[in-house]
Ligand binder design. Structure first.
Ligand code: SF4
Length: 379
């Protein structure tokens, strides 16, 4: 007779074999059971999936693998190219860490993704979750995993009515995830738990009547699945204000824009931006900007404010168009460059900076190409 844990995994795996989504980092549905996905693909997908939904990740994953089809190509890649392909996914330290992990794999592991959780955890950016996911999915190691989806399923199945992020509950969930691992197909089992959380045991309105493990679910039995897990207390997110100076100068054949590279540490490290400074709450004057840039500009024009929210803070970027006096594109100290508008796509930009370029384009269109040089009459 099957134990409860065996019956749970049997039902879940049968559902996964039948209904799982076809995703580019998985082996196709219907593949032989002994076929495992490429460990490099699993590593890339797990890095991308942290804090990001599957539907968003799929096109990024395809583009990334198109540019860096192997660990060796990623290890040799220029960091700016890696960041550019990550542009829009956010949490850019994941991209830098992934490249650093690829370099370690090439240097210390003969180019092969390590199989054990312990060795995987020595790679930069690889924590308990990612190590367990790669070890189990790519190598079928009996490694448990707990991400947000798994935590929600476990909390409901066991009727845990406490905040799952609490340390004590996290430890409990990791223990439970280990206890319920089946004797084989650990990667498929972990994937099926995440899949269940993503498509059936969803945060709101879980679809319990069609759930393959509803016979094991204490929350469903008690009719309390909608209030588990306990919602997190909303945190107050501070608002940080920035002044962005989109400095434009007339080059010999096109307008040029001044951009600068951010510091190599901290948020959006190594990415590019228009000249951005903390706001002091006052409207900046041409003199203040000129002092900062070391070149004279006309009075700045506020063209809009771009809002951007992150998990722990919000930003308001006050965007000013600044035009230099005359054809003035002086050499700039530090990592600053004059570039044409169309060249901006060759630089990794954070999401708010992309929104700022969109704002500039809209302003340009509304103002009748004021931010682009006028073309001669059509022939
Ligand atoms: Fe989630 Fe409902 Fe299934 Fe329980 S029965 S695991 S609450 S979907």
């Amino acid at each position: 007779m099957l134990s409860r844990a065996q019956d749970f995994s049997r039902r879940l795996l049968a559902w996964y074999d039948r209904d799982r989504r076809d995703l580019p980092w998985r082996v196709p549905p219907g593949s032989l059971r002994a076929v495992f996905p490429d460990p490099y693909h699993v590593l890339v997908s797990e890095a991308m999936l942290q804090q990001t939904q599957v539907a968003t990740v799929v096109p990024y994953f395809r583009r990334f693998l198109g540019a860096f089809p192997t660990i060796a190509t990623l290890a040799q890649a220029d960091e700016q190219d890696v960041l550019r392909l990550w542009q829009g996914l956010g949490y850019y330290s994941r991209a830098r860490n992934l490249r650093a992990a690829a370099q370690t794999i090439v240097r210390d592991h003969g180019g092969e993704v390590p199989k054990s959780v312990e060795k995987l955890r020595t790679l930069r950016g690889v924590g308990a979750y990612t190590a367990g996911a790669v070890a189990s999915i790519a190598f079928d190691c009996p490694a448990p995993i707990v991400d947000g989806n798994v935590a929600r399923v476990l909390c409901r199945v066991d009727r845990i009515e406490t905040e799952p992020k609490e340390n004590r509950i996290q430890q409990l969930l990791w223990r439970r995830a280990k206890e319920i691992l089946p004797g084989g197909r650990c990667g498929d089992f972990n994937s099926s738990m995440m899949e269940l959380g993503a498509v059936v045991c969803t945060p709101r309105n879980p679809r319990c009547p069609m759930c393959p493990v509803n016979a094991h679910c204490e929350a469903f039995a008690a009719g309390v699945q909608d209030r588990i897990p306990l919602p997190r207390k909303a945190k107050v997110r501070p608002l940080l204000e920035r002044d962005v100076f989109c400095v434009r100068s007339r080059g010999s054949s096109a307008y040029l824009w001044l951009i600068e590279q951010r510091a190599m540490t901290g948020r959006w490290a190594g990415m590019w931006q228009f000249i951005t400074l903390p706001s002091n709450g006052q409207t900046p004057t041409a003199q203040v900007i000129a002092r900062h840039l070391g070149t004279a500009v006309q009075a700045p024009r506020l063209i809009g404010t771009v809002q951007h929210g992150l998990t722990h803070r919000r930003y308001a970027f006050n965007v000013y168009l600044c035009v230099t006096r005359g054809r003035n594109t002086p050499e700039m100290p530090g990592p600053r460059k004059w570039v044409m508008r169309r060249q901006l796509s060759g630089y990794p930009l954070s999401r708010p900076q992309v929104k700022i370029t969109e704002l500039l384009d809209k302003y340009d269109a509304d103002a009748g190409s004021e931010t682009a040089p006028r073309r001669g009459p059509k022939r």
